[in-house]
Design a protein around this ligand. Structure first.
Ligand SMILES: Cc1cc2nc3c(=O)[nH]c(=O)nc-3n(C[C@H](O)[C@H](O)[C@H](O)COP(=O)(O)OP(=O)(O)OC[C@H]3O[C@@H](n4cnc5c(N)ncnc54)[C@H](O)[C@@H]3O)c2cc1C
Length: 397
């Protein structure tokens, strides 16, 4: 039998998704020792199979990645979102231009898998099997029997978080009975860096720009309808996309096979446990409407990194109750408002009730007509006013 290894680190991160890897890079930059464990570490970019999942990263998120020295090469794979267009009906259509609030863009749309590969450092293959916290640290036993002693454990292991389970943290959740169908498309007309969201009875249908004449699709439908669309032949699926995009980007050719993602809202009842913090989808899962999930997750990363940095600089214990509670306090309002916001918006949008349709159209027109309201809505999307993260504002850790 192979001898079991014992390692020690300042911070152990369970989950090497984009938030976990970003936190790892920020903390390593402070001189802390970090171990990331993940059963599926990122593959090199050259080995990736093309997939249709992308994320629109708002300016605050780009700043956080830049602070972690992770942006560099990534930028060339993304396209700027200069205008956000919402099409409610033939008569209610609104364009929000980043230039109206003095910004070059709202965000950059990036393929998730490519970004994850580009920002990946060392990732240990495996998962945590058991944990035991005490006054000065936490001992984690991996599935292969190896043991890691750490001062702080961060659960960044996604919506079915093992860390959350091991800490016995309960969740509130709501299944939307909807799925997001995603794919990349090539098209004959330029997208002009406009992200277009159509409001349809099954849910929003969004075309999000990528470099060149390529875009990603996020198409939300109730489960049964999603099943029907996913069974279509390639030609019929392309025609369905063609019908829904109303000729905006010209003729469409599928660039990846369609995939689908079940949609739910979830919130961990606590973001912390002894010597442990939850971030990203381990802590909260949102409806993709409004492109908030990863942006919210990166704001968790920024807040936790800042609390750890401040404690480390003052010679304090980075895994103490005070540090963890400060992190939780900073994140509560942002998480709750985004969760409630996307949940309410989805209920408003994903239906065909004529009264609600009229109300939605009227709301859009009101926001569009009142400049301070319009500017507030746009600025909130980029860096929320109540988020105190210095990293999101473009300052150093
Ligand atoms: C269709 C769709 C479109 C979206 N578009 C946007 C968008 O435009 N903008 C935006 O901000 N957000 C968007 N989101 C949300 C965004 O994708 C998620 O918020 C983000 O990917 C969450 O990252 P995560 O690291 O928490 O989870 P994941 O990306 O799921 O990563 C979790 C990581 O943990 C690992 N893991 C799993 N189990 C274990 C374990 N037991 N131990 C250790 N590691 C483990 C996994 O291998 C993985 O690497 C979208 C979501 C969907 C579904």
């Amino acid at each position: 039998m192979a001898k079991k290894e014992k390692q020690a680190c300042d911070v152990l991160i369970s989950g090497g998704g984009i938030p976990g890897l970003t936190l790892s890079a920020l903390l390593a930059g402070l001189g802390l020792t970090v171990i990331v464990v993940d059963p599926n570490p990122p593959a090199p970019v050259k080995d990736l199979k093309p997939d249709g999942r992308t994320a629109a990263l708002m300016a605050g998120s780009v700043n956080i990645l830049k602070a972690a020295n992770l942006w560099g090469k990534s930028e060339t794979y993304g396209a700027p979102l200069e205008t956000l267009r919402i099409i409610e009906s033939a008569t209610a259509r609104v364009d929000f231009a980043a230039s109206d609030i003095g910004q070059p863009y709202f965000g950059i749309n990036m393929p998730n898998a490519i970004l994850r590969s580009l920002i990946s450092g060392d990732v240990t293959t495996g998962e945590i099997h058991a944990i035991a916290a005490d006054d000065v640290g936490l001992t984690a036993t991996l599935d292969n029997g190896n043991v890691i002693r750490t001062r702080l454990l961060v659960g960044a292991d996604g919506r079915d978080s093992k860390t959350r389970f091991l800490c016995n943290i309960g969740v509130w959740e709501r299944d939307y009975g909807q799925r997001a169908i995603t794919c990349l498309i090539d098209h004959t007309k330029p997208h002009e860096n406009i992200s277009t969201e159509f409001h349809r009875p099954g849910g929003p249908f969004t075309i999000v720009p990528l470099p060149g004449n390529q875009s990603s699709i996020v198409w939300v439908e109730y489960n049964e309808d999603a099943d029907t669309f996913l069974k279509l032949s390639r030609q019929n699926f392309e025609q369905a996309l063609q019908d829904r995009t109303e000729g905006l980007v010209g003729k469409i050719i599928l660039a990846t096979n369609p995939a689908s993602w079940p949609l739910k809202a979830l919130r961990a009842k606590s973001l912390v446990a002894p010597r442990t913090a939850l971030i990203a989808e381990a802590a909260h899962v949102l409806h993709p409407l409004g492109a908030q999930g990863l942006n919210l997750s990166l704001r968790d990363v920024a807040a936790l990194a800042e609390e750890i940095a401040d404690a480390a600089r003052n010679g304090l214990d980075i895994g103490s109750h005070n540090v963890l509670k400060a992190y939780e306090f900073r994140r509560k309002a942002d998480v709750l408002t985004r969760l409630f916001g996307t949940d309410s918006l989805n209920r408003m949008v994903s239906n065909d009730l004529s009264l609600l349709k009229t109300l939605r159209g009227a709301c859009l027109k009101t926001i569009n007509a009142i400049k301070p309201l319009r500017d507030f809505a746009m600025n909130e999307g980029i860096v929320p006013g109540y988020d105190e993260s210095r990293l999101a504002r473009g300052e150093a850790l």
